[in-house]
Design a protein around this ligand. Structure first.
Ligand code: PLP
Length: 436
């Protein structure tokens, strides 16, 4: 069955964009390559819904990859941006909004003794890794297979076999000398990590980890894993970088790594803290962060860093992140996960595993529990593609890739989910139909 979405205008825009933008998009996942078809072009968004250029309405379960925690175009954030824009777009010089947002962040996340704003999560992690190397005087970085930390050269590596020395670049154009400084371990595998430290301990500058993995579906840490990681790293003189670009201020008002047992020296943020504007931030222990210029020898800079509009949107977002927002997010997340699991059972789609942490939900057409990249990659992508298109045709926008996370926003209410039930049922029927 060929999907009826997107409509004719989206298709026409897709063709036009493809003649000037690489692949028609500015970030590969938006192209629908992994689910087939051509992307939906959006005209506007309000609250829980997006409207495409053909006038079709979709329940938004992508939330701009997690950034739109309060839904689309929250009135208070839009008003703050309007007020700020009237005063000037950019100064390339300090403005009070920067330290005001920094103060708000630190009050909620005390691990950020000192921080710096940049313009994307990629930049934040890339810069934090440089700081870790500058501070320790060591070169190697440990990451986990299936963990994504932006597209900087050294972090585009994953384990071919889980053996550190066999790191392979995920992207053409990344010299093997650079990726050779990246060691890839397996998430939720403390023994593997211990073996890696036995071999490479003295040269490891930093271990980079998502406290809840959100780039291989949703994979929570097993009890004790993050504690062991912290102990191993610190025992060997390496730093720990909690990449909270997704989880920070999404799972709670602040960072989440402490409550999961991770003892971090550096933390990265992005997405939610920019209120829908381009942002990244890295920070951590004062002694570590004060190696950054102008106080120290680690250079990092940005023409538009701390951009007034991002700072204003971030401030307005933080002002609205009350305990009741997180209660709503948790309730909605739980209701969505329960509905999806029930429908998969009713439609006898097996294997299927939904894994949820708060407002993050991973949908795997695989047997669970999924604990690492191997489990996630066992998910049947052809099934996900059929599921995705049927759900889309029924007015629900899911991530156009099987290994991405579904993000709910606080704008989604019970009636929105109830209306989405038919879409998910159609999705599971389509997912099942490909198998005899
Ligand atoms: C955990 C994590 N770190 C870093 C990044 C990179 O952020 P950005 O896309 O803003 O460069 C992402 C993006 O999804 C992410 O999920």
């Amino acid at each position: 069955m060929s999907p009826s979405s997107p409509g004719p205008r989206s298709r026409a825009l897709g063709r036009r964009a493809g003649r000037v933008l690489v692949g028609g998009v500015d970030s590969p996942v938006r192209s629908f390559r992994s689910v087939g078809g051509s992307p939906v072009f959006f005209a506007r968004g309000q609250g829980a819904y997006l409207v495409d250029v053909d006038g079709r309405r979709y329940l938004d379960l992508v939330s701009s990859w997690g950034a739109n925690l309060l839904g689309n175009a929250p009135r208070g954030i839009v008003a703050a941006v309007r007020r700020t824009v009237a005063a000037g777009l950019t100064f390339g010089a300090p403005s009070p909004l920067e330290h005001e947002l920094a103060e708000q962040l630190r009050r909620a996340a005390p691990a950020l003794e000192r921080l710096r704003f940049v313009s994307s999560g990629t930049e934040a992690v890339m810069s934090a890794v440089r700081v870790a190397r500058g501070f320790t005087g060591r070169a190697k970085v440990v990451k986990f297979a299936g963990g994504y930390h932006g597209h900087s050269d050294g972090l585009l590596a994953r384990a071919g076999s889980g053996v550190a020395s066999q790191s392979l670049p995920d992207s053409a154009g990344v010299p093997s000398a650079i990726v050779g400084e990246t060691l890839v371990a397996r998430y939720n595998d403390p023994e593997g990590l211990a073996a890696l430290f036995e071999r490479h301990g003295p040269s490891v500058a930093v271990v980079v980890v998502e406290p809840v993995a959100g780039n291989m579906g949703v994979v929570p840490p097993r009890p004790g894993f993050l504690e062991t990681l912290s102990t191993l790293a610190h025992r060997h003189g390496a730093l720990v970088l909690a990449d909270e670009v997704i989880t920070g201020f999404r799972l709670r008002r602040g960072t989440v790594h402490e409550s999961l047992g991770l003892s971090a020296d550096l933390v990265t943020l992005g997405k939610v803290v920019g209120g829908g504007m381009p942002i990244g931030a890295y920070g951590g222990r004062r002694a570590v962060m004060e190696t950054v210029a102008p106080l120290g020898p680690v250079y990092q800079a940005g023409t538009l860093s701390g951009h007034p509009l991002a700072m204003a949107a971030g401030r307005a977002m933080l002002e609205r992140l009350t305990p009741s927002v997180y209660r709503t997010l948790d309730r909605t997340g739980a209701a969505l996960a329960e509905m999806v699991q029930r429908l998969a059972e009713e439609e006898r789609v097996r294997p299927f595993t939904g894994q949820r942490v708060g407002s993050m939900l991973g949908l795997f057409f695989a047997s669970g529990p999924i604990v690492d990249d191997r489990g996630a990659e066992a998910s049947d992508r052809a099934r996900y593609a059929r599921f995705f298109h049927a759900v889309l045709d029924h007015g629900v926008y899911l991530p156009p890739s099987a290994l991405e996370t579904t993000f709910t926003s606080a704008a989604i209410r019970a009636p929105d989910l109830a209306r989405a039930e038919a879409a998910f049922r159609a999705g599971f029927r389509a997912a099942r139909s490909g198998r005899p």
